[in-house]
Design a protein around this ligand. Structure first.
Ligand code: AP5
Length: 212
Protein backbone atom coordinates (compact mmCIF):
# COMPACT_ATOMS: atom_id res chain seq x y z
CA UNK A 1 0.00 0.00 0.00
CA UNK A 2 0.98 3.63 -0.26
CA UNK A 3 0.52 6.25 2.48
CA UNK A 4 -0.11 9.77 1.21
CA UNK A 5 -0.88 13.01 3.01
CA UNK A 6 0.56 16.38 4.00
CA UNK A 7 3.78 16.78 6.02
CA UNK A 8 3.24 15.71 9.62
CA UNK A 9 -0.02 13.81 9.00
CA UNK A 10 1.53 10.66 10.51
CA UNK A 11 2.80 8.67 7.49
CA UNK A 12 6.06 7.70 9.20
CA UNK A 13 4.34 6.88 12.51
CA UNK A 14 1.71 4.68 10.86
CA UNK A 15 4.20 3.16 8.41
CA UNK A 16 6.28 1.90 11.35
CA UNK A 17 3.17 0.37 12.97
CA UNK A 18 2.03 -1.30 9.73
CA UNK A 19 5.49 -2.77 9.29
CA UNK A 20 5.10 -4.60 12.62
CA UNK A 21 1.40 -5.43 12.45
CA UNK A 22 1.23 -6.58 8.83
CA UNK A 23 4.87 -7.68 8.33
CA UNK A 24 5.37 -5.26 5.46
CA UNK A 25 8.59 -3.58 4.41
CA UNK A 26 8.36 0.13 5.33
CA UNK A 27 9.82 2.16 2.45
CA UNK A 28 9.98 5.89 3.19
CA UNK A 29 11.40 8.01 0.38
CA UNK A 30 12.15 10.76 2.93
CA UNK A 31 14.27 8.29 4.94
CA UNK A 32 16.00 6.94 1.80
CA UNK A 33 16.86 10.49 0.74
CA UNK A 34 18.09 11.53 4.22
CA UNK A 35 20.30 8.42 4.24
CA UNK A 36 21.72 9.45 0.82
CA UNK A 37 22.38 12.97 2.16
CA UNK A 38 24.12 11.58 5.28
CA UNK A 39 26.32 9.32 3.12
CA UNK A 40 27.15 12.15 0.71
CA UNK A 41 26.18 10.09 -2.36
CA UNK A 42 25.56 11.71 -5.78
CA UNK A 43 21.79 11.53 -5.13
CA UNK A 44 22.30 12.94 -1.63
CA UNK A 45 24.28 15.91 -2.91
CA UNK A 46 21.53 16.79 -5.38
CA UNK A 47 18.68 16.12 -2.94
CA UNK A 48 20.06 17.84 0.18
CA UNK A 49 19.58 21.45 -0.90
CA UNK A 50 16.07 20.84 -2.27
CA UNK A 51 14.99 19.05 0.91
CA UNK A 52 16.33 21.85 3.10
CA UNK A 53 14.16 24.26 1.06
CA UNK A 54 11.07 22.03 1.34
CA UNK A 55 11.01 21.33 -2.42
CA UNK A 56 10.56 17.95 -4.12
CA UNK A 57 13.56 15.98 -5.32
CA UNK A 58 13.49 15.19 -9.11
CA UNK A 59 11.25 12.27 -10.04
CA UNK A 60 13.96 10.21 -11.80
CA UNK A 61 16.19 10.18 -8.69
CA UNK A 62 13.34 9.13 -6.41
CA UNK A 63 12.02 6.48 -8.82
CA UNK A 64 15.48 4.97 -9.07
CA UNK A 65 15.77 4.70 -5.25
CA UNK A 66 12.29 3.17 -4.97
CA UNK A 67 12.84 0.64 -7.78
CA UNK A 68 16.05 -0.62 -6.14
CA UNK A 69 14.43 -0.93 -2.72
CA UNK A 70 11.17 -2.53 -3.89
CA UNK A 71 13.08 -5.07 -6.00
CA UNK A 72 15.29 -5.87 -3.00
CA UNK A 73 12.36 -6.34 -0.58
CA UNK A 74 10.42 -8.64 -2.87
CA UNK A 75 7.53 -9.09 -0.37
CA UNK A 76 4.64 -6.80 0.61
CA UNK A 77 5.52 -3.18 1.27
CA UNK A 78 4.13 0.10 2.55
CA UNK A 79 5.33 3.17 0.65
CA UNK A 80 5.55 6.26 2.87
CA UNK A 81 5.57 9.65 1.12
CA UNK A 82 5.72 8.11 -2.36
CA UNK A 83 4.44 8.72 -4.98
CA UNK A 84 4.24 12.50 -4.73
CA UNK A 85 3.72 13.52 -8.37
CA UNK A 86 1.78 12.08 -11.29
CA UNK A 87 5.10 11.22 -12.97
CA UNK A 88 6.09 9.19 -9.88
CA UNK A 89 2.69 7.44 -9.88
CA UNK A 90 3.04 6.37 -13.52
CA UNK A 91 6.69 5.40 -12.88
CA UNK A 92 5.51 3.27 -9.95
CA UNK A 93 3.04 1.49 -12.25
CA UNK A 94 5.98 0.41 -14.42
CA UNK A 95 7.92 -0.84 -11.38
CA UNK A 96 4.96 -2.81 -10.00
CA UNK A 97 4.25 -4.30 -13.45
CA UNK A 98 7.86 -5.49 -13.60
CA UNK A 99 7.78 -7.13 -10.17
CA UNK A 100 4.19 -8.39 -10.56
CA UNK A 101 3.04 -6.84 -7.27
CA UNK A 102 0.81 -3.77 -7.67
CA UNK A 103 -0.78 -1.49 -5.07
CA UNK A 104 -3.86 -2.81 -3.24
CA UNK A 105 -4.58 0.41 -1.33
CA UNK A 106 -3.60 4.07 -1.41
CA UNK A 107 -4.34 5.60 1.98
CA UNK A 108 -4.72 9.35 2.27
CA UNK A 109 -4.30 10.54 5.88
CA UNK A 110 -6.22 13.79 6.40
CA UNK A 111 -5.21 16.14 9.22
CA UNK A 112 -6.16 19.83 9.64
CA UNK A 113 -3.37 22.35 8.96
CA UNK A 114 -3.22 23.58 12.61
CA UNK A 115 -2.67 20.02 13.79
CA UNK A 116 0.15 19.51 11.25
CA UNK A 117 1.90 22.59 12.62
CA UNK A 118 1.53 21.31 16.21
CA UNK A 119 2.89 17.89 15.29
CA UNK A 120 5.90 19.10 13.32
CA UNK A 121 6.65 21.78 15.91
CA UNK A 122 7.32 19.08 18.53
CA UNK A 123 8.79 16.25 16.46
CA UNK A 124 12.03 14.60 17.57
CA UNK A 125 13.69 11.72 15.71
CA UNK A 126 16.30 9.15 16.55
CA UNK A 127 19.14 9.58 14.03
CA UNK A 128 20.23 5.95 14.48
CA UNK A 129 17.12 3.73 14.51
CA UNK A 130 14.67 6.26 13.01
CA UNK A 131 12.07 6.03 15.81
CA UNK A 132 9.78 9.08 15.96
CA UNK A 133 8.77 11.01 19.07
CA UNK A 134 6.79 14.10 19.88
CA UNK A 135 7.69 16.23 22.88
CA UNK A 136 4.03 16.36 24.00
CA UNK A 137 2.13 13.52 22.28
CA UNK A 138 4.71 10.70 22.46
CA UNK A 139 7.72 11.79 24.53
CA UNK A 140 10.68 9.44 25.19
CA UNK A 141 10.93 7.94 28.70
CA UNK A 142 14.22 9.78 29.31
CA UNK A 143 14.37 13.36 27.94
CA UNK A 144 16.13 13.61 24.53
CA UNK A 145 17.12 9.87 24.49
CA UNK A 146 15.72 7.16 22.25
CA UNK A 147 13.84 4.48 24.25
CA UNK A 148 15.02 1.77 21.85
CA UNK A 149 18.71 2.48 21.24
CA UNK A 150 19.63 5.26 23.71
CA UNK A 151 20.88 7.68 21.02
CA UNK A 152 20.41 11.44 21.46
CA UNK A 153 17.27 12.70 19.66
CA UNK A 154 17.45 15.37 16.96
CA UNK A 155 15.12 17.86 15.23
CA UNK A 156 14.89 17.51 11.45
CA UNK A 157 16.44 20.40 9.48
CA UNK A 158 13.27 20.85 7.43
CA UNK A 159 11.02 21.26 10.49
CA UNK A 160 11.84 24.98 10.70
CA UNK A 161 8.60 27.00 10.43
CA UNK A 162 9.26 28.58 7.00
CA UNK A 163 10.30 25.24 5.49
CA UNK A 164 7.21 23.53 6.91
CA UNK A 165 5.01 26.17 5.23
CA UNK A 166 6.78 25.53 1.91
CA UNK A 167 6.38 21.75 2.30
CA UNK A 168 2.64 22.18 2.89
CA UNK A 169 2.39 24.44 -0.19
CA UNK A 170 4.30 21.92 -2.31
CA UNK A 171 2.04 19.10 -1.08
CA UNK A 172 -1.11 21.02 -1.98
CA UNK A 173 0.16 21.99 -5.48
CA UNK A 174 2.06 18.87 -6.55
CA UNK A 175 0.88 15.91 -4.49
CA UNK A 176 -2.80 16.48 -3.65
CA UNK A 177 -3.81 16.01 -7.35
CA UNK A 178 -2.68 12.36 -6.99
CA UNK A 179 -5.73 11.68 -4.84
CA UNK A 180 -8.01 12.04 -7.90
CA UNK A 181 -5.68 9.78 -9.91
CA UNK A 182 -6.01 6.96 -7.36
CA UNK A 183 -9.71 7.57 -6.75
CA UNK A 184 -10.34 6.90 -10.44
CA UNK A 185 -8.44 3.63 -10.13
CA UNK A 186 -10.62 2.62 -7.15
CA UNK A 187 -7.59 2.38 -4.82
CA UNK A 188 -8.06 5.48 -2.63
CA UNK A 189 -8.99 5.06 1.06
CA UNK A 190 -9.47 8.36 2.87
CA UNK A 191 -8.59 8.00 6.56
CA UNK A 192 -9.07 10.63 9.27
CA UNK A 193 -5.54 11.12 10.68
CA UNK A 194 -6.60 13.10 13.76
CA UNK A 195 -6.76 11.72 17.30
CA UNK A 196 -4.27 9.48 19.08
CA UNK A 197 -1.90 7.36 16.94
CA UNK A 198 -3.66 4.13 18.05
CA UNK A 199 -7.03 5.51 16.94
CA UNK A 200 -5.59 6.38 13.53
CA UNK A 201 -4.10 2.87 13.23
CA UNK A 202 -7.47 1.29 14.00
CA UNK A 203 -9.19 3.41 11.32
CA UNK A 204 -6.43 2.69 8.83
CA UNK A 205 -6.51 -1.08 9.35
CA UNK A 206 -10.26 -1.09 9.01
CA UNK A 207 -10.05 0.97 5.78
CA UNK A 208 -7.73 -1.63 4.22
CA UNK A 209 -9.82 -4.57 5.44
CA UNK A 210 -7.62 -5.79 8.34
CA UNK A 211 -8.69 -6.45 11.89
CA UNK A 212 -6.81 -4.60 14.62
P1 AP5 B 1 9.31 13.15 4.17
O1 AP5 B 1 10.30 12.67 5.14
O2 AP5 B 1 8.45 12.18 3.46
O3 AP5 B 1 8.44 14.27 4.90
P2 AP5 B 1 6.90 14.67 4.82
O4 AP5 B 1 6.08 14.04 3.76
O5 AP5 B 1 6.93 16.14 4.83
O6 AP5 B 1 6.31 14.01 6.06
P3 AP5 B 1 6.91 14.02 7.48
O7 AP5 B 1 7.97 12.96 7.60
O8 AP5 B 1 7.28 15.41 7.89
O9 AP5 B 1 5.65 13.66 8.37
P4 AP5 B 1 4.84 12.32 8.51
O10 AP5 B 1 3.56 12.42 7.76
O11 AP5 B 1 5.70 11.12 8.26
O12 AP5 B 1 4.49 12.44 10.05
P5 AP5 B 1 5.20 11.74 11.32
O13 AP5 B 1 4.70 10.34 11.44
O14 AP5 B 1 6.66 11.99 11.31
O15 AP5 B 1 10.04 14.04 3.04
C1 AP5 B 1 11.00 15.02 3.39
C2 AP5 B 1 11.53 15.67 2.11
O16 AP5 B 1 12.14 14.67 1.27
C3 AP5 B 1 10.44 16.30 1.21
O17 AP5 B 1 10.15 17.63 1.62
C4 AP5 B 1 11.13 16.26 -0.16
O18 AP5 B 1 12.10 17.26 -0.26
C5 AP5 B 1 11.86 14.91 -0.11
N1 AP5 B 1 11.03 13.80 -0.61
C6 AP5 B 1 10.56 12.75 0.12
N2 AP5 B 1 9.84 11.92 -0.65
C7 AP5 B 1 9.87 12.46 -1.90
C8 AP5 B 1 9.29 12.06 -3.14
N3 AP5 B 1 8.52 10.96 -3.23
N4 AP5 B 1 9.51 12.85 -4.22
C9 AP5 B 1 10.28 13.97 -4.14
N5 AP5 B 1 10.85 14.40 -2.99
C10 AP5 B 1 10.64 13.64 -1.88
O19 AP5 B 1 4.52 12.60 12.50
C11 AP5 B 1 4.92 13.93 12.74
C12 AP5 B 1 4.97 14.19 14.26
O20 AP5 B 1 3.67 14.03 14.81
C13 AP5 B 1 5.86 13.19 15.03
O21 AP5 B 1 6.46 13.89 16.10
C14 AP5 B 1 4.88 12.14 15.57
O22 AP5 B 1 5.35 11.58 16.78
C15 AP5 B 1 3.63 12.98 15.78
N6 AP5 B 1 2.39 12.23 15.52
C16 AP5 B 1 2.16 11.33 14.53
N7 AP5 B 1 0.88 10.88 14.60
C17 AP5 B 1 0.31 11.53 15.65
C18 AP5 B 1 -1.00 11.52 16.23
N8 AP5 B 1 -1.97 10.74 15.72
N9 AP5 B 1 -1.24 12.33 17.29
C19 AP5 B 1 -0.25 13.13 17.79
N10 AP5 B 1 1.01 13.18 17.31
C20 AP5 B 1 1.27 12.40 16.23
Amino acid sequence: MALLGPPGCGKGTQGAVLKLKLQLAHISTGDLLREAVDHGTRVGLEAGKLMAEGKLVPDDLVLDLVRKRVEKEGAGYVLDGFPRTLAQATGLDLITDDIGQGLDHVVSLSVPREEVARRLGGRKCCPDCGRLYHQTFSPPREPERCDDCGSGLVIRDDDREETVLERIRVYECQSAPLLGFYEEKGLLRDVDGSGAPEEVTARLLSAVGHER
